[in-house]
Design a protein around this ligand. Structure first.
Ligand SMILES: *Cc1c(COP(=O)(O)O)cnc(C)c1O
Length: 378
C-alpha cells in the first residue's frame, strides 16, 4: 500500500527541540519566560512593525481586537462568509452580529460589493453608518487573507477611511504574505488594518502547537491587547486589575517552538512555492494567487466539477484533501444573519478542494497526487 500523504502537517526539523529543552531547563513553562518576548520581537521584526503581542490562539487575537475596537451588543461587523469560522465567532463573543459579504476571485472579500453594501444599504446618522434594514450601526470590517492570498487592501482601506470603520485584518493563513504593488508595496499582510491577527495552529505555515499573534497600527493598541491578555493586571505584586481580562497570553513552551519555526519560515515559503509550481508543471491547474501579492503559498486550491467523487478517489488512494469551509451564513448559528448578495462564494464552495501542500512534501508526493487528479479528471 502506498504511504499516506497528509494535507498539511507541521515541519519540525529545525531548532524546535533544542529551544523547548532549553526552556524546560529554565523551568519557565507558563506565561512568563524569555522565549515569549524573543518570539514577539523576532515576529515584529519580520512583520516590520514596532511591537507584537503573543497569545494562545488566533481566535484569542481576534477576540482581543474586537474588544479593543470597542465593539459590543447591538453592533454589526462586516465579515466574509467564505472563511474559517474563527474569523467570525469573536464578533459574537462581544455581543455583536456579523453581516456576511461575498468573495471575489481572490477568495477574499469582494471590495466592490463591500462598497455597494456600505453606500446603498447603509445610511449615516451622527457619524455612524447604520444598516437600514437592521437599524444597527456597522462598527468594523473583518478581512481574511484566504489561503495565504492577499485581499485588495488598497481599495478596502479607502472604504474604511470613507466610512470611518476600523479594519481587523485576519492574516492567520497569510504569515509571510506581502504586497508587491501599489500603496502597500513591501508591507506584510496583517500590518495594514487597524489590527492584525495571526495563528500558529498546527496546520498553519508556522506553528506553536496552538498560538497566535496580534499587531496593530498604533503601538498603544498592542499594549492594551497585551494587558487584556494577561488578566488586565495593573499591579504585579498587589493583584490589582482594572478590567475583566483574559488568560490569553502565550506560554514560554509555545514561544520556544515559535522562535524555531520563524527561523525556517522563508524556507517553508520557498518549498511551498516550488511545489505549487511543480503541480502546475505537471498539468494541475491550481487557482492563481493575486498579482498584487507575493503569497506564502499556504494552501493550494484546485477546482473540480466532481468535488465529492474526487475527494473519495483521493481518500481511497491515501491522499488527504479537503473541501473549502461550509459558508458561515449557512450554518445554524448564523443563518438568521444579514447577508449581502452572496453568489461567488457559493460557486467556489461547490468546486474547491485543497490538496497536499505541507512544506515537507517531496517531489514524488507531488507527482503521485498530480497523477491521481489527472487520472480522475480524464
Ligand atoms: C486558523 C484560523 C484562525 C484561528 O486560529 P486559531 O489559532 O486556530 O484560533 C482564524 N482565522 C482563520 C482564517 C484561520 O484560518
Amino acid at each position: 500500500m502506498e504511504h499516506f500523504i497528509p494535507l498539511s502537517v507541521p515541519n519540525l526539523n529545525g531548532n524546535e527541540l533544542q529551544y523547548v529543552t532549553e526552556a524546560v531547563k529554565t523551568e519557565w513553562l507558563s506565561t512568563g519566560g524569555a522565549c515569549i518576548s524573543r518570539f514577539e520581537q523576532e515576529f515584529a521584526e519580520y512583520a516590520q512593525v514596532p511591537e507584537a503581542t503573543a497569545v494562545q490562539s488566533g481566535t484569542a487575537a481576534l477576540h482581543l481586537s474586537m474588544i479593543a475596537c470597542g465593539i459590543g451588543a447591538g453592533d454589526l461587523v462586516i465579515a466574509p462568509t467564505l472563511t474559517f469560522i474563527a474569523a467570525v465567532n469573536p464578533i459574537c463573543y462581544v455581543g455583536a452580529e456579523p453581516v456576511f459579504m461575498d468573495c471575489d476571485d481572490s477568495l477574499c472579500i469582494d471590495p466592490v460589493k463591500l462598497e455597494q453594501y456600505l453606500s446603498e444599504e447603509c445610511e449615516e446618522r451622527g457619524g455612524k453608518h447604520y444598516d437600514k434594514m437592521l437599524d444597527k450601526p456597522v462598527k468594523a470590517i473583518v478581512i481574511v487573507h484566504i489561503f495565504g492570498n492577499g485581499a485588495d487592501m488598497e481599495r478596502i482601506m479607502v472604504l474604511a477611511a470613507l466610512y470611518n470603520l476600523p479594519v481587523i485584518e485576519d492574516a492567520s493563513e497569510a504569515v509571510g504574505t506581502f504586497f508587491i504593488t501599489g500603496k502597500y508595496k513591501g508591507q506584510m499582510a496583517g500590518t495594514i488594518g487597524n489590527y492584525g491577527t495571526y495563528s500558529f495552529n498546527g496546520n498553519k505555515i508556522i506553528t506553536t502547537g496552538g498560538g497566535g499573534m496580534l499587531v496593530a497600527r498604533k503601538t498603544e493598541h498592542v499594549k492594551y491587547a497585551k494587558h487584556l491578555s494577561t488578566q488586565a493586571k495593573s499591579d504585579e505584586l498587589y493583584f490589582d486589575h482594572d478590567y475583566i481580562g483574559y488568560n490569553y497570553r502565550m506560554t514560554n513552551l509555545q514561544a520556544a517552538v515559535g522562535v524555531a519555526q520563524l527561523e525556517q519560515l522563508a524556507k517553508f515559503i520557498n518549498v511551498k512555492k516550488r511545489n505549487y509550481e511543480y503541480y502546475k508543471e505537471l498539468g494541475i491547474d491550481l487557482m492563481p494567487f493575486s498579482n498584487h501579492v507575493r503569497p506564502n503559498y499556504w494552501f493550494y486550491s484546485y477546482m473540480s466539477d466532481n468535488l465529492n467523487r474526487l475527494m473519495k478517489h483521493l481518500e481511497k488512494c491515501h491522499v488527504q484533501a479537503r473541501p473549502v469551509w461550509k459558508l458561515i451564513h449557512t450554518l445554524p448559528m448564523y443563518k438568521h444573519c444579514r447577508t449581502y448578495d452572496i453568489s461567488e462564494a457559493t460557486k467556489y464552495h461547490k468546486k474547491i478542494i485543497n490538496i497536499p501542500c505541507s512544506s515537507n512534501l517531496r517531489n514524488m508526493d507531488v507527482e503521485r497526487v498530480a497523477a491521481l487528479i489527472k487520472g480522475f479528471e480524464e
